[in-house]
Design a protein around this ligand. Sequence first.
Ligand code: ADP
Ligand code: MG
Length: 238
Amino acid sequence: MTATQPAGGERLAVDVRGVKRYYRTPSGDVHAVDGVDLQVSQGRALAIMGPSGGGKSTLIALIGALERATEGTVTVLETDLGRLDDERRAAWRRSNVGFVFQAYDLLPFLTALENVALQAGLARVGPQGCEESRALLRRLELDGHMDKLPDQLSGGQKQRVGIARSLVGKPRLVLADEPTGGLDTATSAAVVRALLDEVRRLGATAIVVTHDPRVAEQFDERIDLRDGRIIGDAVVRI
Ligand code: ADP
Ligand code: MG
């Protein structure tokens, strides 16, 4: 079923139905995701929590078309990801999803602004072409830091650059896997608040993995994943 109109009439951004993801290993199959049903309406923000090994990264990778489901369907932004070949999945990802990584993954020899502008495909357009990247970095409180290299920035500032880079293409879905894993709690909360402000500004949907309750409380909803399943409700719709 690819219906994307939940009872409330809101459009679904993410529709995960009966999804399992197994990995074959020498010591047997690992059930990383073991039967997840999850619907997230467009514009909502969901935090995923749960113990290490619970399947959080695998679920994020399935929703972001980085992994394929072994069973079930993953429909994101009205596209059934299981029907796309690898090339189409990559193209779909590029035009729809912004990823934020824990390790920031900024290019060390480019400035903050260049890291963002490169993602926007604007680097060659010249200074005015970078205006959008500049505005985004300004809103993320990086005025005065745009021309610094990643090494000259704090962890929180680097992640704000990572956030700007993920958002500059105006994705409809933002996925982040422990984006504040390396930051203290106060910085984490501020960085994620900035991320969510920008996501709401875009009208995008956000799904963020976090261990930090102070981060998670900023989201519309939270789920706990353990042993590849959502704890509590069998089917979650937000
Ligand atoms: P989390 O992000 O919640 O820590 P993961 O999704 O990374 O959990 O992993 C869930 C389970 O799947 C773990 O037992 C992990 O070891 C296993 N797993 C994840 N990726 C692979 C893989 N590529 N090959 C084999 N096992 C994997
Ligand atoms: Mg993980």
